[in-house]
Write a protein that binds this ligand. Sequence first.
Ligand SMILES: O=c1ccn([C@H]2C[C@H](O)[C@@H](COP(=O)(O)O)O2)c(=O)[nH]1
Length: 506
Amino acid sequence: MTPEVKTDRFNYIARYKSNQLIYGHGNTAVVTGWTVKEALCKNLQPSEYAVIGQLYSPTRGINILVRNLLINPHVRYLVLINATKEDKNAGAIKCLLDFFAYGVEENFSASGRKSWVICSSIAGYIDIDIDLNALEKLRHSLEVATAESISVAVEKIKYYAQKPMVDPWGMALEFPLSQFETTILPGVRYGHRIEGKTIAETWVKIIHRIKTTGIIRPSAYDSKWQELINLMAIITDEPEDFYFPEPNYLPINKSYLPEYISQVLDDAPDREGVKYTYGQRLRSWFGKDQIQQVINKLINDPDSARAVMSLWDPVKDEHHSPPCLNHIWVRIVDDQLSLTATFRSNDMFSAWPANGMGLRALQKYIYDGIVRGSNLHQNLRLGPLITFSQSAHIYDECWEHAESVIASQYSKICQKKDYYDPTGNFIIYLQNGRIIVEHTTPNSGEVVNCYSGKSSTQLSREITLNSPGLQVDHAMYLGSELQKAEIALSSGLIYEQDKPLRSSLS
Ligand SMILES: O=c1ccn([C@H]2C[C@H](O)[C@@H](COP(=O)(O)O)O2)c(=O)[nH]1
């Protein structure tokens, strides 16, 4: 435990997320959950509150909040707003309440890290480096109240502000924060393509790619993130009722999904303290129902490349909470309806799976609308969902959890390999003292090109020049087969593709 830190009375000092908070001079800390903090502060005087901040996640946010509260013993009241459906889904406010009501016990986090686990039905952790006595002191020194709406919260904050001044509960306490180390392999920075059958499988591959090769840089939220720029994810076969692994390692519950899908598909009125919803942007924001427009467009002109939905509002989005999802494009090719969604910024660990499922539901909705709307489209099938994430990042608070998902899932997922490469197949044999390589189409096996030579290096070079889109494992396989063929040529051994070299005597 590091000893006390000098604190200016009634000036809230935030060691963590300092640029994410609104500061006052009172002794009530206000946690707004998913309600935007600005919606509250306009109804209050700075003298009435110590600090106002949002809390999204129990596993990531509570630890930071508790650390900040320990540095500010003048905070004697805590008002928690539990107003939105997102709050109920995330469970952060409930978990924080349980911390104050029931405390913590020593145990392990989901990623196997020794932690103070909050005694709650919602998973929430506090770093083990924080002294238990300090946590107990904090729990017993703050009066906690909840509010289901902004107006009730304002009433409670004003009520506490009028009470006679209470002394700080003790000295400010700060505890060292252990840094999670990450090793980065060199890799491409701009432009990545990741494909998987389901959202769950693709997510694990995305997390792996960012964690192993992403660049660490400051985020806009007083933290760091690991980032790749322009990451395209292609999900080929997400089932209609969505695939949830057992046990579910995704950061979204099946029970929350209908609510999230409704946020994407349905119009919503403006609500104080709630950011835009995607449904609102798509259904009515620009005075048009863009989803219906796309359905009509593709019914009448299935070859159109103009089935576009736009969510960015250049007039209003300069300042507050602009949408992360900006552009959606729907296209029919070979009777397959694909949907491509572009995000300017995407939290690939915590948000992408829900984003993907919401978009898949939108894609299905458009598909159903087209098939229902015209009997000319009865052969139409649901094609891939493609997300294009411009800043594809993972926040530092999630790195450890991300590593544990990779450790438990990545190699399992990559083992499920089919040998299909859209670039085609290569048939290798020896003839008249030369290596012959026939390039065939992937399904029908038609020969489309033929190479001949004696050097595996030279042949590899020619093949890569003509087929730079070869899949990595396929290219490595070809390299080793060609090498075997060259050894057979020079040594007189017998070469047969995919078999060990053998002597003509055996
Ligand atoms: O549907 C969403 C909404 C938000 N975010 C993430 C992306 C960023 O991490 C953060 C928004 O940050 P700003 O760029 O809006 O500050 O939320 C998503 O990934 N998907």
